[in-house]
Ligand binder design. Structure first.
Ligand SMILES: Nc1ncnc2c1ncn2[C@@H]1O[C@H](COP(=O)(O)OP(=O)(O)O)[C@@H](O)[C@H]1O
Ligand SMILES: [Mg+2]
Length: 283
């Protein structure tokens, strides 16, 4: 049984000129211990599709799907109390906007201990110990003093690492990592990716890795979904995708990698593929 199984997910937002489909009929599934990467340029509906699954979109979003199941259980219409039991525990997300997702009014120590208090039966001392251990795992220097800091006292990269620590605090069965390393420098980025891969192999965690970085895909993913303008363009195991991409947009993403650069500037996707070509290539 798949850990997460989504069939035909559509998310629409109302705009002045009518309904806009941010996600258009996407199906995907991820198994225990599997890493699924979702790639695609900014605005292709990657974040919105996962926020829809987590039940975290504003009420203005119109969501439809044939199926949204977690471990065989329909989670498309969970009552709030049930959803709160699931989110942050068995199913967690590293959000793309780390600062916006931390509460400015509480210390980061309080916030991570709160996650442990709600979901795990741990005493106060145990929670503090676990929080320190998690801060160490995500490479935050001086983890003990760090507990007393407020988000505004920390850099964007440090806030991102606090959020990663919060997301993995309860050893989730499924972790959705939305561009988890964008605000981090290269060495920390490597440490975080290694940490996520360890959790995945040691605990059999399923991981959905949202990224626009094909290098991260190559390093982490078992399977890849390429998304463009809300639609799934291609799905393949990672080797086939890099060796024999079927879709024009996928080929363009690969050609735009720095190591494939020719000439004196980096290529962009639009150098390789026209919008018309993409439109004809959908599904
Ligand atoms: N709350 C919202 N209201 C209206 N449009 C939104 C909202 N959230 C996202 N969108 C739009 O949905 C599209 C997909 O966004 P997103 O999923 O964030 O893209 P990605 O994560 O692939 O960069 C974008 O065009 C974005 O502007
Ligand atoms: Mg996004």
């Amino acid at each position: 049984m798949a850990l997460l199984d989504i069939q035909n997910l559509t998310v629409q937002f109302e705009t002045a000129s009518g309904w806009f489909k941010a996600v258009d009929g996407v199906s995907l599934s991820v198994d225990e211990g599997e890493v699924l990467a979702i790639v695609g340029e900014s605005g292709s509906g990657k974040s919105v599709s996962m926020l829809a699954v987590m039940g975290l979109l504003p009420w203005t979003a119109k969501i439809t799907a044939d199926k949204i199941e977690f471990q065989g259980r329909d989670i498309s219409n969970l009552p709030d109390a049930e959803r709160r039991k699931l989110i942050g525990k068995d199913m967690a997300m590293i959000f793309q906007e780390p600062i916006a997702s931390l509460n400015p009014c509480f210390t980061v120590g309080f916030q991570i201990e709160e996650v442990l208090r709600i979901h795990m039966s741990m005493g106060k001392a145990q929670r503090r110990q676990r929080a320190i251990e998690l801060f160490e795992q995500v490479g935050l220097p001086n983890p003990v003093e760090r507990l007393n800091h407020f988000p505004h006292q920390m850099s964007g990269g440090q806030c991102q690492r606090v959020m990663i620590a919060m997301a993995i605090a309860c050893n989730p069965k499924l972790l959705i990592a939305d561009e988890p390393t964008t605000a981090l420098d290269v060495t920390i980025q490597k440490q975080i990716l290694d940490l996520l891969m360890n959790l995945q192999t040691e605990h059999g965690m399923g991981l959905i890795m949202i990224t626009h970085d094909m290098g991260v895909v190559a390093e982490t993913a078992d399977r890849v979904i390429v998304q463009y303008k809300g639609r799934k363009m291609e799905e393949a195991d990672v080797l086939s995708l890099f060796e024999a991409p079927k879709n024009a947009y996928t080929r363009a993403l690969l050609a735009a990698l720095p190591e494939n650069a020719t000439g004196d500037r980096l290529s962009t996707v639009s150098d390789f593929v026209s919008t018309a070509e993409l439109a004809g290539d959908v599904r």
